[in-house]
Design a protein around this ligand. Structure first.
Ligand SMILES: NC(=O)c1ccc[n+]([C@@H]2O[C@H](COP(=O)([O-])OP(=O)(O)OC[C@H]3O[C@@H](n4cnc5c(N)ncnc54)[C@H](OP(=O)(O)O)[C@@H]3O)[C@@H](O)[C@H]2O)c1
Length: 271
C-alpha cells in the first residue's frame, strides 16, 4: 500500500493532492494541517467513506509538532513512508503586489515578513525532510517533492520582469537550495528529492484583492503572456495536480531528477 504524507491539505493545491491520491483505495494518505478539526470536517463532508485518509496536526514552524506527526505517521504506516509532498507554504499577501523597493520602505515589516516566510518555507521544510527521512528510508518509492514556484527562477524573474512577491520568491529559492543539498546527501540512500512548481493555479487567493491590486496582478500577467504566448491564464487545481502527479510518477534518481527544479510539465516551462 503506497503511503503519502502531504502538508497543507486544508485547501488549495494540497486539498486537491489529498482528493486525487486518496481516490485510489490502495493509497494510504496522511495529510498535515494546522487545524485538524476543520479538515476532518471537510473530509467527512466531501470525501466521505475514504478510510485511507488520516489527518494530523502540525504547524511547520513548530519542530515538536512535526516530530510528533512523524511518530504518528510511523504508527499508521508501520514505520515507512513512500512519498512526502511538501506542499504547505507561507504565502503572505504583504509582498504579493508591490516591488521590492516599495516593500523596503517599511523595513520592520519587511524583516518580520521575511522571517515568517523563511521560518515556514525553508526551516520548516528542512525539519520536515529530516524528521521523515527514517520513514522514507524504509519506504519503497522514497520520493520527496517540494512545491516550489517559477517565481524562484532567476532567469524568469529577469527575462519576464516579475516585480511582485519578492519575499515569497526568496523563500522558495532558499528552499530549492535546501532540496538540492538533501539530494546530494541522500541520493546514495535512494531518496529522490526534487522541487516541483504547479504553474499558476487558481486557488481563490485573489478573491479579496482591491481594484488597484488586481491592476498590479494584471501587469504581471501581461508579462507572463508576452513570455509565454500560449498561456491561457491560471489553471484549475485538478489539472495542475494531475500534471504534477505524472511528473512525480516518472521522476527517478537514475533519470537525473535528483535536486531538480521543475515545472508541472517536467521542464523549465513554468506556465
Ligand atoms: N497557487 C499557485 O498559483 C501556486 C504557484 C506556484 C507555487 N505554488 C505553491 O503550491 C503550494 C500550495 O499553494 P496553494 O496555492 O494551494 O496555497 P494556499 O491555498 O494558500 O494553501 C497553503 C496551504 O499551506 C498551509 N500553511 C500555511 N502556513 C503553514 C504553516 N505555518 N504550517 C503548516 N501549514 C501551513 C495552509 O494551511 P492553513 O489552511 O492552515 O492556512 C494551506 O493548507 C505552495 O507551496 C505554493 O507556494 C502555488
Amino acid at each position: 500500500m503506497p503511503s503519502y504524507v502531504i502538508t497543507g491539505v486544508s485547501r488549495g493545491i494540497g486539498w486537491e493532492f489529498l482528493r486525487q491520491i486518496s481516490a485510489n483505495p490502495n493509497n494510504q494518505v496522511i495529510g498535515l494541517v494546522r487545524d485538524k478539526k476543520a479538515t476532518d470536517k471537510r473530509v467527512s463532508e466531501e470525501l466521505a467513506g475514504r478510510t485511507n485518509i488520516n489527518i494530523l496536526e502540525a504547524d511547520l514552524s513548530d519542530y515538536d509538532a512535526i516530530k510528533n506527526s512523524a511518530a504518528a505517521t510511523s504508527e499508521i504506516t508501520g514505520g515507512s513512508l513512500d512519498y512526502l509532498i511538501a506542499n504547505a507554504a507561507n504565502m503572505s499577501k504583504w509582498d504579493a503586489y508591490d516591488p521590492i523597493g516599495v516593500l523596503a520602505e517599511n523595513p520592520k515589516e519587511l524583516e518580520k515578513q521575511l522571517i515568517n516566510s523563511t521560518t515556514v518555507n525553508i526551516v520548516g521544510n528542512i525539519n520536515l525532510f529530516k524528521l521523515y527521512i527514517p520513514l522514507l528510508l524504509k519506504g519503497q518509492a522514497k520520493k520527496v517533492i517540494a512545491l516550489t514556484s517559477g517565481h524562484a527562477d532567476l532567469d524568469a524573474i529577469n527575462q519576464v520582469g516579475i516585480e511582485p512577491a519578492a519575499l515569497y520568491s526568496i523563500s522558495k529559492a532558499g528552499m530549492n537550495i535546501a532540496v538540492g543539498k538533501f539530494n546530494v546527501q541522500y541520493k546514495k540512500d535512494g531518496i529522490l528529492f526534487f522541487s516541483l512548481s504547479p504553474g499558476v493555479v487558481d486557488v481563490g487567493s485573489q478573491a479579496d484583492a482591491t481594484p488597484e491590486q488586481l491592476q498590479k496582478l494584471g501587469a504581471m500577467a501581461a508579462g507572463f503572456m508576452r513570455a509565454y504566448p500560449d498561456w491561457k491564464g491560471p489553471a484549475q487545481p485538478e489539472d495542475s495536480v494531475k500534471d504534477m502527479l505524472a511528473v512525480i510518477e516518472k521522476a527517478s534518481i537514475e533519470d537525473g531528477f535528483g535536486g531538480a527544479f521543475l515545472s508541472h510539465h517536467g521542464d523549465k516551462h513554468w506556465l
